[in-house]
Design a protein around this ligand. Structure first.
Ligand code: NAD
Length: 486
């Protein structure tokens, strides 16, 4: 039986309590292994190790040495690509075709992307005039924050975790990671890579477990943690924010969304269909930036719905290893129940089911897996729960609109504010509408096109703060002003 152990101070460890929980493969519900659930003693040990590492060789390294080490980590992930791929796809059920293009390469790239920002970002400097005529020199000096708690979700496990660990370490911090209980594998494997690359012990630690009364809560409430970066649901973000308020610890929250796609009649229809197909259905719809509300200008509404339906009905469902497969199961049985409850609710709320809406027949070997059909609805009222709440599944609701003003109002009529995608060939309109969107990230004629130097984060209830490029620098370092009287 495979065991997923905690990684503390450079060693893989079980737990004092002996508590474990099961990790299952969502493709067929088979048991992948047992995960050792960290209790308070293990979280204490991880935080202590992370704190001690700040005083050890890691804390004394130059920026260039740290960057070189992280470069090695990125290269080693790429050398062990197939192992990471296999681990990620078993945990999540996602097709190799997707994880080999997105999850694993980005997981490695996250250890390199920040280095250039760090190396090239100037610190501020001001010369101050003083009455004695000799002046004073002010300059900004950045120091690491210390021990960063990283709480990550299950939808893009390695990618989203390293998106935080990469910059945190590049800035000289140490980390304690609490990966999602659904996806413990790649964070654990990364522990091996850290040791292989000679990253000093205690710099990267992993504690496994759940949120409340488990590793997540113990870690975020731990007074030894200096800052918390979290990606996950908005409700969890609120709990973590409360925990962080004790001791005034800094937080970065990347939370949920109910993202609009806006398709104008002057769009390039092929691009809009292709982009919406991806934004609503890739990764089985489990992408925070995904489009769950699509607004289509009335003259092209029927054609758009028909073409999206045809696209969805061509998606090939199947096991991750099959290179032809576009679409895997949801991450877990629990999430399947949640998504199916929204499928039922949509019908109760008066939706027309354009396609899908149920559970596909996958055959005896796979029927126990967390499969659901990709689904399109039309006809729901704007106040329907399915239009307002994040489903986080492979589904979208499509609604017609008549004017630019109307669609801006509809798109912004949500408590969330993560992302939006606009499809139009009119660039003046594109920038006008993009500027009116109450979101952190807005794509025009594309979706999920990421430049890692740009700000990433959400408005409204989709989060607090921005990560990426220089914005990460703000969170992962403490900026001190040094004033020298000349
Ligand atoms: P979740 O909030 O349930 O869990 C995320 C992490 O928080 C997990 O590791 C979990 O164990 C931990 N956690 C849960 N309760 C906790 C507590 N009380 N204290 C400390 N830790 C706790 O989210 P999920 O279901 O894993 O992920 C899906 C959600 O994440 C969706 O809402 C999605 O939109 C969001 N998400 C956002 C982004 C973004 O960048 N904005 C990216 C991916 C996913």
């Amino acid at each position: 039986m495979h065991e997923f152990k905690n990684f503390i101070n450079g060693e893989f460890v079980t737990t004092a309590s002996g508590k474990t929980f099961e990790n299952r493969n969502p493709v067929d519900n088979s048991l992948l292994g047992l995960v050792h659930e960290a209790g308070q003693p293990e979280v204490d040990a991880a935080v202590k190790a992370a704190k001690a590492a700040m005083q050890g060789p890691w804390g004394k390294m130059t920026q260039a040495q740290r960057i070189a080490l992280l470069d090695k980590v990125a290269n080693r992930i790429n050398e062990r690509f197939d192992e990471f791929l296999d681990a990620e796809c078993k945990d999540t059920g996602k097709p190799h075709k997707i994880a080999s293009h997105i999850d694993i390469p980005r997981g490695a790239a996250n250890f390199k992307a920040f280095s250039e920002t760090l190396a090239n970002h100037p610190t501020e400097a001001f010369k101050l005039d003083t009455p004695d005529g000799r002046g004073a020199l002010n300059y900004g000096h950045r120091t690491p924050k210390g021990v960063i708690a990283v709480i990550s979700p299950w939808n893009l496990p390695l990618l989203l975790m390293t998106w935080k660990v990469g910059p945190a370490l590049a800035c000289g911090n140490t980390v304690v990671v609490k990966p999602s209980e659904e996806t413990p594998a790649t964070a654990t494997l990364l522990g091996e890579v850290m040791n292989e690359c000679g990253v000093p012990k205690g710099v990267y630690n992993v504690v496994h477990g759940f949120g409340p009364d488990s590793a997540g809560a113990y870690l975020t409430e731990h007074p030894g943690v200096n800052a918390i970066t979290f990606t996950g649901e908005t409700r969890t973000g609120e709990i973590i924010m409360r925990a962080a308020s004790v001791g005034l610890r800094n937080i970065s929250l990347e939370c949920g969304g109910k993202n609009p796609g806006i398709v104008f009649a002057d769009c390039d229809m092929d691009k809009a269909i292709e982009g919406t197909m991806r934004s609503a259905f890739v990764n089985c719809g489990q992408v925070c930036l995904g489009t769950e509300r699509v607004y289509v200008e009335r003259p092209i509404f029927d054609e758009f719905v028909q073409r999206l339906k045809e696209g969805v009905e061509k998606l090939k469902l199947g096991v991750p290893e099959d290179p032809e497969v576009d679409f895997g199961p949801l991450v877990s049985q629990e999430h399947k129940e949640k998504v199916l409850s929204y499928y039922r609710l949509a019908v109760e709320e008066g939706a027309t089911v354009v396609t899908g809406g149920g559970v596909p027949e996958m055959g005896d070997a796979l029927n126990a897996g967390a499969w659901v059909e990709p689904t399109i609805w039309t006809g729901l009222p704007d106040d329907a729960r399915v239009v307002r709440e994040e489903v986080f599944g492979p589904c979208c609701h499509i609604r017609p609109f008549d004017t630019e003003e109307e669609v801006i109002e509809l798109a912004n009529d949500t408590k969330y504010g993560l992302s939006a995608a606009i499809w139009t060939e009119n660039s003046a309109r594109a920038s006008r509408v993009a500027e009116a969107m109450e979101v952190g990230i807005c794509w025009v004629n594309s979706w999920f096109l990421r430049d890692l130097r740009t700000a990433f984060g959400g408005a409204k209830e989709s989060g607090i703060g921005r990560e990426g490029g220089v914005h990460g620098l703000e969170f992962y370092t403490e900026l001190k002003n040094v004033c020298i009287k000349l």
